[in-house]
Design a protein around this ligand. Structure first.
Ligand SMILES: C[S@@+](CC[C@H](N)C(=O)[O-])C[C@H]1O[C@@H](n2cnc3c(N)ncnc32)[C@H](O)[C@@H]1O
Length: 311
């Protein structure tokens, strides 16, 4: 029996019109749609975004992903979700797994993919990129994410602010995700550094309850619960050395690594083969050119290289 294909679909952060033409086409062709089982509103949002594009006969499978710091339990939960999806693929049918934003940015999909490949290496996977929450936030506020040689650093907020502070120290643009209840502490940090006037805040981008704030002092006080789906973009300074060269990003030290471990997400070294080849040694080493373009041919008729392995 031929295995079906898994499509990892990024549905964008909110507005169904922000979905790619490809995502919409696949959803209209595929009968099986998988989403993480709703633990809270945030989890059901990917399904709500995609809903206008689903077929009338779509079967929605809600897969459970545990939220736990216990790595063994976490792995077991991902493996169970992978088995549920494999049952569909082994029946010869395709399946679309929905992800809020882009599938490759802080997404359960990445862990699912690793497990899936571990259990069934022959499985064909196609990941369809989606608009990330920070791209949407930047567009909604006309806030340039990257300019010239300035670095762009994306950090998830954690209770320990080490990563966030390090990112601000580096200058350039800092994208802060997963702020949630830490918002007031974040605002304190920005105020202390004189950066509060150089940042924007967006929650529920593209959704009916969307909130945009370009004067962050108005968020002080915390009367409003702005929720988990919020993001800040901060212009933290030039981020260049005297010659105008970027590249001052310091290496992640022991303190910062332990801050990373506090999150429930597995550390990068645990991630395994979520890369195109499914081969562990290739993880984190891909370099793509002309991504998404129709493969062209050289004069001699050989396909031009679109994806190269870095040395
Ligand atoms: C698990 S991550 C998912 C990121 C997603 N894969 C992406 O590409 O943006 C969840 C975080 O993404 C951000 N986020 C997702 N959707 C958002 C939205 N509609 N508005 C603002 N922030 C959002 C928030 O920072 C939230 O804490």
């Amino acid at each position: 029996m031929t295995l079906g294909t898994l499509y990892g679909i990024g549905v964008g952060p909110g507005d169904p019109e922000w979905m790619t033409v490809k995502a919409v086409r696949l959803l209209s062709a595929c009968r099986h749609v998988c989403v993480p089982k709703a633990r809270d509103l945030a989890d059901s949002i990917a399904l709500e975004i995609a809903r206008p594009h689903l077929r009338p006969d779509t079967v929605v499978h809600q897969t459970t992903f545990l939220m736990t710091l216990d790595k063994a339990l976490l792995k077991q939960s991902h493996a169970q979700a992978a088995e549920e999806i494999l049952a569909i693929l082994r029946g010869g049918e395709d399946c679309c797994f929905l992800t809020l934003g882009d599938p490759m940015l802080y997404s359960t999909y990445v862990y699912l993919l690793r497990e899936l490949r571990g259990i069934e290496p022959r499985v064909t996977v196609e990941t369809v990129p989606g608009i990330t929450a920070f791209s949407a936030a930047a567009a909604l506020t006309n806030f340039p994410v990257g300019e010239g040689k300035q670095p762009v650093t994306i950090v998830p907020a954690s209770d320990d602010f080490a990563l966030f502070r390090r990112a601000l120290d580096c200058g350039g643009t800092v994208v802060l995700m997963k702020t949630g209840k830490r918002l007031q502490k974040v605002l304190d940090e920005l105020e202390q550094r004189g950066l509060i006037g150089q940042a924007v805040f967006v929650s529920h981008a593209g959704q009916p309850q969307q909130k945009i704030e370009t004067n962050l002092r108005r968020l002080r006080g915390g009367a409003e619960n702005l929720g988990y789906l919020s993001i800040l973009i901060i212009q933290a300074g030039p981020g260049c050395d005297a010659d105008g060269d970027a590249g001052i990003l310091p290496a992640c030290d022991a303190d910062v690594s332990s801050a990373c471990d506090a999150d429930v997400s597995p550390a990068p070294e645990d991630m395994g083969p979520a890369n195109a080849s499914g081969n562990d040694k290739d993880a984190g080493k891909m370099f793509a050119t002309h991504a998404g373009e129709t493969p062209a041919t050289h004069e001699g008729g050989t396909p031009s290289p679109r994806t190269k392995e870095l040395p």
